[in-house]
Design a protein around this ligand. Structure first.
Ligand code: UGA
Ligand code: MN
Length: 326
């Protein structure tokens, strides 16, 4: 299908960028069965479908893979690997307890890291991102869409070549795909504040390649004493770093709220962090990228759907979802 579309574009004198040599983005997503699981997974899938060179590692928190997720992935159109790793019952959040009483998604993320260490090509330029299934992700978090439109929609001309050069330079600056070690960015609606964010030092008026933006501190409300006070959604790691540090993994024993910090402390220092999204909007190329929102990912928690009539119908043997994936 995509090959056909590319051929049609070429016939009309339009070229499609070759994305095969871009670094791969491995997206690791823990997921568990609940009424809105498929709704959440579809929202993430719809974003990933826009992203070239992406590989989705979807890890079910279950004894075995479910047919529901298997069917979903098979028809998703996103290159993927389907894994499963159950959380032992004693580490599961009890029904009536608040969700933060137990860490979530820990063993599932570790299972995906194990898979990468066994299966990923160590020579492949790649970055790893932990994307929970319930957040809101913008396409620009992964990919500079403006560049894509431009490359796809414009015939080559000296003006567009200039434009491509500028935007591709910003690529390196803006998106997680160009992470040398660990990149960080703001996350909206998390930790009791509108946005938790790294504070950055950016030198104005210099080429992004020459002036590396630095993280000088963080602006957060909750537990600001954490060495890396970021949510899981706020960072990406170069695959190489994870292969070089085979013990880097998430721990069930981390103090509440310290899971990200404990993981990052093993692989990176504050000085090495590469800020994205925020700093780069202030550099000399800002007139090309000012349309980008500063916040590119939002931490969300779904309200449980009202299923009171489903419960009643179930008692009458008339549940609504027999024979249909919901
Ligand atoms: C916050 C962070 O955003 C998470 O990345 C972090 O794992 C979590 O805190 C924590 O400290 O454990 P929050 O929104 O409260 O997350 O957590 P959930 O969205 O409920 O769970 C995070 C991920 O784990 C989701 O992808 C979810 O599908 C998965 N999960 C949750 C499981 O695989 N099994 C579960 O029993 C619960
Ligand atoms: Mn969540």
């Amino acid at each position: 299908m995509i090959r056909e579309l590319k051929a049609q574009l070429l016939t009309n004198g339009l070229s499609v960028p070759d994305t095969s040599n871009l670094p791969t983005i491995f997206v690791i997503t823990p997921t568990y069965a609940r009424p809105n699981q498929l709704a959440e997974l579809n929202r993430l899938r719809n974003v990933l479908l826009h992203i070239p060179q992406v590989w989705w590692l979807l890890v079910e928190d279950r004894e075995e893979k479910s047919e529901l997720v298997k069917n979903f992935l098979t028809h998703s159109g996103v290159p993927h690997t389907h894994l499963h790793q159950p959380t032992p019952p004693e580490w599961k959040v009890k029904d009536k307890s608040p969700r933060w009483t137990k860490p979530r998604g820990v063993l599932q993320r570790n299972a995906a890291l194990d898979w990468l260490r066994k299966n990923a090509d160590p020579h492949l330029p790649a970055v790893v991102y932990f994307a929970d299934d319930d957040n809101s992700y913008s396409i620009e978090l992964f990919q500079e869409v403006f560049a894509e439109w431009h490359l796809i929609g414009t015939r080559a001309s000296s003006r567009s070549l200039f434009f491509i050069t500028v935007v591709s330079r910003c690529h390196r600056c803006l998106t997680m795909r160009w992470t040398s070690q660990v990149s960080v960015w703001p996350v909206g609606l998390v930790g009791g504040v509108m946005v938790e964010r790294p504070l950055c030092l950016c030198r104005q008026g210099v080429e992004p390649d020459q002036a590396r933006p630095m993280v000088t501190g963080w602006l957060v409300g909750w537990k600001p004493e954490r060495p890396f006070p970021t949510d899981m959604a706020g960072f990406a790691v170069n695959l190489r770093l994870l292969l070089d540090n085979p013990d880097a993994s998430f721990s069930l024993e981390s103090e509440i709220g310290f899971m990200e910090t404990d993981f990052l402390s093993r692989i990176v220092t504050k000085e090495e962090l590469e800020p994205k999204a925020e700093c780069c909007t202030k550099n000399t190329h800002s007139r090309y990228i000012h349309h980008l929102a500063v916040v590119l990912v939002w931490h969300m928690n779904a309200v449980n759907p009202n299923l009171k009539d489903e419960v009643r119908l179930r008692q009458l043997g008339r549940q609504t979802d027999i024979g249909i994936d919901v």
